[in-house]
Design a protein around this ligand. Sequence first.
Ligand code: ATP
Length: 340
Amino acid sequence: MIELHDIHKSYRVDGREQPALHAIDLRIESGEVFGIIGHSGAGKSTLIRLINLLERPSAGRLLIDGDDITQLDANGLRALRRQVGMIFQHFNLLSAKTVAQNVAFPLRLAGVSSRAEIATRVAELLARVGLSDHADKYPAQLSGGQKQRVGIARALACRPKILLCDEATSALDPQTTASVLQLLAEINRELGLTIVLITHEMDVIRRVCDRVAVLDAGRLVESGTVADVFLHPQHATTRRFVFEAENVDENELRSDLANVSGRVVRLTFRGEATYAPLLGSIARATGVDYSILSGRIDRIKETPYGQLTLALVGGDIEAALSQLAAANVHVADVHGTELH
Ligand SMILES: Nc1ncnc2c1ncn2[C@@H]1O[C@H](COP(=O)(O)OP(=O)(O)OP(=O)(O)O)[C@@H](O)[C@H]1O
């Protein structure tokens, strides 16, 4: 478990303290995939780099499995760096070394000297990330996705219990992003290691994370399960991320809705309710007519969800809404405020 208690971080710029993180309290459970989302400059890199002490907090306590890592001596720090692997947006591979040598590098640093032992471990790691056929290539001969796979193999070399991902898919196209995220999900599942990732893309969070925290101007403004935060965002910054992910322009939406007659509601279905034929039967039973203004069915990690914005007219609208709510459909107005 990773715990941040009242963490502050300032940088000294031109002799003055510039705050980057304020009063961060955060608890990341062992074995979960935890995402931190924020816009540029929000403090994401600073926050993730605290966890392996690439940056030191200015104040507060930072515990890993109960130990305050800011108190570690040089030996303790070396051990920490082996326990906490990291991958980077621009991969940070050694360009003059082959794929196999890049992956072997942390093993050598950790003092493994047996060539046979290193070769076995490197082969295992390259198989794990699907690069067995590329061991003797140089980074320049690889695609972006392959480079990140080398980064992942290298980060896993010393069997860490935590993997930090610093915008690991931001330089990749959508398809490659999906395959790298799938690999991270597999690693989390099969090796049981904790993954902490930072990103500015809600879609990355939606695909792999169990829980998420939203960082805005150095403060945590919202956190919770991805489904709760993504489907029912409370803070303006979170709402903006969700709308961005859905390609919705909030102002356009408002002016579109001004021209719609009827009562506009936003329904959120989760899990099995997503596929149930609820809407038709409730509409028939209550005499309500509806038109669909927008809709989407997707998945949050493994769980299906649907969101529909409807205009309701005629019939007994209140009865329809309460029957939907009784069937575990979240019923809200268009701003997300719960109605039932
Ligand atoms: N080494 C540094 N020295 C001085 N100021 C820094 C340093 N690193 C970050 N900052 C400042 O701290 C704030 C947070 O930066 P940080 O890089 O953590 O944000 P971020 O959310 O990761 O942004 P980005 O996505 O653009 O990397 C910014 O105002 C930044 O200018």
